[in-house]
Design a protein around this ligand. Structure first.
Ligand code: G3P
Ligand code: CA
Length: 242
């Protein structure tokens, strides 16, 4: 089994995260899939941005939730990264899925509802996944176990993963309670013990965020099901060597 390579927020080391530039670059590099983050606008539109606030990755200020989609589309989401990417825009989940459906890429949509509890984010995202016919190649993940539970109630078919920065105290109960199908865990919390436990539970494990060659090689050695990387070209190169 080959470890699956997800471009984390696109090829985000080389282009502004969660923009079309980062996604198309990841595709050109040969990533197997794309990881992206979804928040909700004031008018309940799923939009791709990692932070709850705008200042780090756009020329806006304040919270995503306080602006309409139309207002957010006017922001520049590339200039912060470099002048070369000035004019990149925030993307709605809808236009992203339309693009994905024209490719063979898999995707991991992270619901960013662990800080702000966006009401109905699960329903809104599911509707779009169904509309663009990408359910079979989509994994939903969240740091909020209740959100995974809600998503699984809405759709048993779509793969869902619990995201965690630490090894869960009781992995079996977490999986039973949420009905999640996989675990997405911080690289620093990986261990052989965790891998054994996941194997006993028949649980795929993917890890974030793996960029350095030594870490890439360790992830491949541990036979992880997937990794999230900002440097998909490098991850592919090392996977070929392994
Ligand atoms: O989904 C894996 C990873 O993206 C989770 O952390 O903060 O990069 O969204 P973060
Ligand atoms: Ca993420």
């Amino acid at each position: 089994m080959q470890t699956f390579i997800f471009a984390h927020r696109g090829a985000s080391k080389l282009a502004p995260e969660n923009t079309m530039a980062a996604f198309t670059l990841a595709q050109k590099m040969g990533a197997d899939g794309i990881e992206t983050d979804v928040q909700l606008t004031k008018d309940q539109v799923p939009i791709l941005i990692h932070d709850e606030t705008l200042h780090r990755t756009t020329n806006g200020t304040g919270y995503v939730k306080d602006y309409t989609f139309e207002e957010l589309k006017k922001l520049d989401a590339g200039k912060w990264f470099s002048e070369k990417y000035a004019g990149e825009r925030l993307l709605g989940l809808e236009e992203f899925l339309e693009w994905v459906s024209s490719t063979s890429l898999s995707l991991n949509i992270e619901l960013k509802n662990n800080i702000i509890d966006y009401k109905d984010i699960e329903d809104n995202v599911l509707e779009l996944i169904k509309h663009y016919g990408v359910a079979e190649r989509t994994i939903i993940s969240s740091f909020n176990p209740n959100s995974i539970k809600r998503f699984k109630r809405l759709s048993k078919e779509i793969e869902c993963a619990c995201l965690t920065s630490r090894r869960p105290k009781d992995l079996k109960s977490l999986i039973e309670q949420t009905k999640a199908n996989a675990l997405h865990i911080n690289y620093n919390a990986l261990s052989k013990g965790l891998m054994k436990e996941a194997k006993r539970l028949h649980l795929p494990v993917r890890t974030y965020t793996v960029n350095r060659p030594s870490r890439l090689m360790r992830a491949y050695k541990l036979m992880l099901d997937g990794i999230f990387t900002d440097v998909p070209h490098s991850a592919i190169e090392y996977r070929e060597l392994y």
